[in-house]
Write a protein that binds this ligand. Structure first.
Ligand code: SAM
Ligand code: CA
Length: 278
């Protein structure tokens, strides 16, 4: 009886081990499939939401928006966001979470004299206008006045349009003019740059003179849809590929610029804050 019992026991152990191995195999296959799905949805997500999320998942981003951004979003900003959502180039707009961030940042640094390069329909402009005091100023520049005028009625209704000096046209000549006059040197508390990425380094050369020591320049989209870490042969949209090298060049230059302290934040499509120290 003993050898038969032992044989049965061995067979049972063998069966259990086999079942365990099978279970392990299935869980590994499932894990691989899930990972692939994750990677695929990640790739799809970036295409779908463009610049809006570099987070782990859409659900997490949605959680931020629904828990702490939308419930606190000022009514005019909501109205402007919804109006902009209907515009064909709405991918360009600043996201609501970044708008909230800018609004708080400006209040924290008590910004009064500010500048914005790249206005579009004015979401970040309105976030700025609502944050600065009643006698605060924003020199706002964009080559396109039409889009600015789309959002302008909302800005006027919010009672903050008097703070804005909008200049239509390329920003660089305006900056050159400002730099020429020494009284503008070190006069800006905050500058938000959200326009043509191939000019960011040209802007930086001038803006560093115009921002005050202790003031901030925010360069937007410095993670450029995540493309800054994409392999050279990655399938990127044409404009993403075109501007990627400029963004990477800017990131390298800012990282070694001794005149500033920097902080690159994964908010929106990445914003690099530069605090002038000399
Ligand atoms: N900050 C805006 C917002 O919150 O909706 C988004 C700005 S959008 C990403 C970029 C803008 O830069 C466009 O409206 C475009 O017309 C403007 N732009 C492009 N090249 C420019 C230039 N050389 N000077 C000034 N604005 C420029
Ligand atoms: Ca932007």
């Amino acid at each position: 009886r003993f050898p038969i019992q032992r044989k049965l026991k061995l067979a049972q152990v063998h069966k259990q081990r086999k079942a365990k191995r099978k279970k392990l195999f299935i869980s590994r296959v499932l894990a691989m499939a899930t990972n692939t799905q994750d990677q695929q949805s990640q790739a799809g997500r970036h295409q779908e939401v463009g610049h809006k999320s570099l987070l782990q998942s859409d659900a997490l981003y949605q959680y931020i928006l629904e828990t702490s951004v939308y419930p606190r979003e000022p009514e005019p900003m909501k109205e402007l966001r919804e109006l902009t959502a209907k515009h064909p180039w709405n991918l360009m707009t600043t996201s609501a979470d970044e708008g909230q961030f800018l609004n708080m940042l400006l209040k924290l640094i008590n910004a009064k004299n500010t500048m914005e390069i790249g206005v579009y329909t004015g979401y970040s402009l309105l976030a700025t206008a609502l944050a600065i005091p009643d006698d605060g100023k924003i020199l706002a520049m964009d080559v396109n006045r039409e889009n600015y005028e789309l959002g302008l009625p909302v800005i006027q209704k919010a009672g903050v349009a008097h703070k804005i000096d909008f200049k239509e046209g390329p920003a660089l000549p305006v900056l050159d003019q400002l730099v020429e006059d020494e009284k503008n040197h070190g006069s800006f508390d905050f500058i938000f740059v959200d326009a043509d990425k191939d000019n960011y380094l040209n802007y930086h050369k001038r803006l560093i003179e115009l921002v005050k020591v202790g003031g901030l320049i925010g360069y937007d989209n410095t993670l450029w849809n995540g493309s800054v870490v994409a392999p050279p042969d990655a399938p990127l949209r044409k404009y993403v590929r075109y501007y990627r090298d400029f963004v990477m060049e800017l990131n390298k230059a800012l990282a070694v610029d001794p005149r500033i302290e920097i902080c690159m934040l994964p908010v929106g499509d990445g914003i690099t804050l530069c605090r002038r120290v000399k």
